[in-house]
Ligand binder design. Structure first.
Ligand code: GCW
Length: 545
């Protein structure tokens, strides 16, 4: 399924491809041809469910006025095998219905949801169900009334069960605790609820424990809730992957998570097999992608990001496909059939994610992006509305070293995983480098498995990452004669923008962290020509309204 974070006024939260495809003010009378084209594209890759509106949800979608609009879209999508879902605002009974509050245990509230559900199903008999973000980032939820996530989900499940609808309840919750570790928050709330959700409820878990970073370990809830079907939530829109100026092919990221072994039920209990229901015998299963589509003529802003939409659909039905194969299918249908060009572009796509990791957050560094808009580097961010929205909360740089100690000596987030996974990541000597700073505070002089010290390896990644973007530009230039000229020029321009942004990341991060390592830039590289203050000013300006 696709989850659209589209708002009623046409904006898209974290959308980088124009505005919403849904023209709410024109519906239901006007049916835009793009609704049909969109449905065809989805159907071609097996996407059979669509949540139309943002999880930070407006209650207005539940009004009679809007239900007819939703119905119009459902009618367009039905011939393509696509069901429509809505995100709910949990406070709707109070906001719309005049109820005293929205306590899920209050009979008037329960009735309110039953009535709304009836209205929806009388207009849309095959309506899919509800997606809910509750008690997260300021959204209302059952905890506002001393109830649990299960109380809230089950109330909706009861209202929708007679119609065979489902409730998808998100696990993206994290209480603000300056002494805690955000990594552990969702687990703390949800793990104890395993076995208490109604049979038509799915709990939707983001691929990683923090928030769609360029690399995350798999979320510790996968494998920890055997009695509850867990849906996967990936993010296609590139909130933390350079918006629509960066070429980042996400199939390797999706597969890295899907193929991770949770060992929850012995070896081979991969995340993919938790999600497809085979490990714990669930027949209700789902995989969601936060959509990257918008009104841009090429749908996704960066044309190459279409491949992420495509790869998501392919992997949702067959996670054993290789990233290479999916890329090659997509290239041949979209860009060129010329064999040399196909392999060149495929290679560039396959390497693109690792390149992005290298020039932004190498070795397991995470959450050091610009605040609010989540663009560009801001590792110096010390203060925000919440401690876990800063950068220093995550990178923990000091004169000794870098990284978040999540071993038993630190936050012990590692303790949420099975002992086999703990063995894989728990020892700083053997922890794979891509995950190192996720779990360990490593001293600057520590010699890594690469043979370099942490500081030298870390700084080198930024420099090599920038060089790799230059390599991507070169590779792209070499296929010019096989590509439509407009597409060629557009992607070239975006690669040039990516190069400029990569230089910003590099200079900002090496100069900032150098204050702690107090060591020179490795001699083979040129010292940045810009100062740390200049980099701070560039990032500050990004954020001016
Ligand atoms: O990634 C964060 C985003 C929010 C988003 C939230 C969520 C829809 O920065 O914009 O809100 O996650 O997934 O709920």
């Amino acid at each position: 399924m696709l989850n659209h974070w589209d708002n009623p006024l046409g904006t898209i939260e974290r959308g980088y491809a124009g505005s919403s495809l849904w023209k709410w003010y024109e519906l239901p009378e006007v049916i835009d041809q793009r609704y049909i084209d969109y449905a065809r594209a989805n159907a071609s890759i097996g996407i059979n469910a669509v949540v139309l509106n943002n999880v930070n949800a407006s209650a207005r979608f539940l009004t009679k006025e809007y239900i007819v609009k939703v119905k119009a879209l459902a009618d367009v999508f039905r011939p393509y095998g696509i069901k429509v879902f809505l995100s709910l605002n949990f406070a709707a009974p109070k906001l719309l219905g005049g109820a005293k509050n929205s306590d899920p245990m209050a009979p008037e509230v329960r009735n309110w949801w039953k009535n709304v559900t009836k209205d929806i199903y009388s207009a849309i008999p095959d309506f899919g169900g509800y997606l809910v973000k509750a008690n997260s980032e300021g959204e209302p939820g059952p905890q506002d009334f001393g109830r649990t996530h299960a109380d809230g989900a089950n109330m909706l499940a009861e209202a929708i069960a007679p119609y065979k609808g489902i409730v998808i309840w998100r696990a993206f919750v994290y209480a603000a605790d300056p002494k805690g570790d955000r990594f552990k928050e969702a687990y703390k709330d949800f793990k104890p609820l395993d076995g208490t959700f109604a049979s038509n409820v799915l709990v939707q878990v983001k691929n990683g424990p923090i928030d769609f970073q360029s690399r995350e370990p798999f979320h510790p809830l996968f494998g920890a809730m055997p009695k509850t079907p867990l849906a996967m939530e990936f993010q296609l829109t590139q909130e933390y992957l350079g918006f629509s100026t960066n070429l980042v092919y996400e199939a390797p990221l999706f597969k890295e998570c899907l193929e991770s072994d949770t060992y929850s039920n012995g070896k081979g209990s991969t995340v993919a097999k938790i999600v497809d229901g085979s490990v714990d015998n669930h027949s209700l299963t789902a995989m969601a992608g936060v959509a990257n589509t918008g009104s841009d003529r090429n749908w996704t802003g960066h044309l190459m990001s279409q491949a992420n939409w495509y790869a998501f659909g392919r992997l949702a039905w067959n996670h054993s496909l290789s990233s290479e194969q999916i890329a090659s299918e997509w290239i041949k249908m979209t860009l060129t059939q010329e064999p040399k060009a196909v392999t060149t572009i495929q290679d560039l796509m396959i390497k693109s994610r690792e390149i992005y990791v290298d020039f932004t957050t190498p070795l397991g560094l995470h959450h050091v992006m610009g605040q609010n808009i989540h663009f560009g580097p801001e590792p110096w961010l010390e203060k925000s509305a919440r401690p876990d929205w800063t950068a220093i909360y995550y990178h923990r740089a000091d004169s000794v070293g870098l990284g978040f100690d999540r071993t038993a000596q630190g936050s012990n987030a590692l303790g949420l995983y099975s002992k086999e996974v703990q063995a894989l990541w728990g020892n700083p000597e053997t922890c794979p480098l891509p995950y190192l700073l996720w779990f360990h505070h490593v001293s600057w002089n520590k010699k890594l498995s690469s043979g370099k010290t942490l500081w030298n390896e870390f700084a080198s990644r930024y420099y090599e990452g920038v060089k790799s973007v230059e390599w991507m530009q070169k590779q792209w230039n070499s296929v010019q004669s096989s590509i439509d000229p407009q597409i060629f020029a557009d992607v070239s321009g975006r690669l040039a923008a990516q190069h400029r942004e990569a230089l910003n990341w590099r200079d900002a991060c090496v100069l900032y962290f150098q204050q702690y390592s107090k060591q020179p830039i490795p001699t083979q590289y040129q010292v940045p020509t810009r100062t740390l203050d200049e980099m701070k000013e560039i990032v500050r300006i990004y954020q001016l309204k």
